[in-house]
Design a protein around this ligand. Structure first.
Ligand SMILES: [Zn+2]
Ligand SMILES: [Zn+2]
Length: 258
């Protein structure tokens, strides 16, 4: 593994950029992409208030440009953009103006469902949990079909939460795999919960199986928010890629000036 394409800095909920770069170098990477949370439209969950890259990306860009001569790494100026189904036009306009090196599209919420915190599902019935998961995969397929993003983030995010775990079906995975195989969007192997609540990468090995015959390649992201996470997760990702023989995409964001 040479590139970690998913890491957060203080421009969202991560750590200072120089420290993240030093950890990436120490982990033996050639490239790291900073993908701070980017929420283009207001959502019902108040996340836009916390993550303001829409307003601060130019400052972060200057910080990345200042840092590039001080590192042997390729440093990408990228974003993890929350996909919101009824805001595709606003999202496209913002992304065209911001001109990131690449973007990760992530479904963090869809309709009334928030997939970043379990609170909402504590008293939910089985049918409600299944509906939340099905709605999630509807949004993932729509995010792929929108063509807005270079990378699709953490494919099976609901599995992070015990209340939703195990409510995905093979048919959900199949339709995501079919959408990705018809698309330029590349899925990500994400190590964001490899050492805690989930104990494995996204996506589930059962989901990876659905990709085997479709010639879909993956990029790799640690989804780190601290230097220590990069150091621990890079070797874990390498191991998983080897163990499952995951095909890794040649990913060359266009026009990266070093
Ligand atoms: Zn995310
Ligand atoms: Zn992330």
């Amino acid at each position: 593994m040479y590139a970690d394409l998913h890491a957060h800095t203080t421009y969202s909920d991560g750590s200072p950029l120089p420290a993240m770069c030093r950890a990436a170098e120490a982990a033996g990477l050639d490239a790291v992409g900073f993908t701070d949370h980017c929420i283009v439209v207001d959502d019902e969950f108040g996340r836009r208030e916390r993550y303001r890259l829409v307003e601060t990306y130019e400052r972060r860009r200057e910080a990345i440009e200042r840092f590039r001569p001080r590192t042997g790494l390729t440093v990408y100026d990228a974003a993890e953009v929350s996909y919101v189904g009824d805001a595709e036009t606003e999202t496209a306009e913002f992304l065209a103006a911001a001109d990131f090196d690449y973007t990760i599209g992530s479904v963090h919420f869809a309709g009334e469902f928030d997939y970043t915190t379990p609170a909402q599902y504590a008293d939910a019935s089985e049918a409600e949990r299944r509906a939340a998961v099905e709605r999630y995969y509807d949004a993932v397929v729509a995010a792929v079909e929108s063509g807005l993003f270079d990378v699709l983030g953490h494919l099976d995010l609901p599995e992070r939460m015990g209340a939703l775990r195990g409510h995905a079906r093979r048919e959900d995975y199949e339709r995501v795999a079919a959408a990705l195989s018809d698309s330029e969007t590349v899925p990500e192997v994400n190590a964001g919960r490899v050492h805690d609540s989930l104990g494995r990468v996204h996506p589930d090995p059962a989901m990876l199986d659905c990709f085997r015959d479709r010639d879909v390649r993956f990029v790799l992201g640690t989804d780190s928010h601290s230097p220590a996470e990069i150091e621990r997760r890079v070797p874990a990702l390498r191991e998983v890629v080897d163990e499952y023989g995951i095909p890794v995409a040649e990913f060359e964001p266009a026009a990266v000036v070093q």
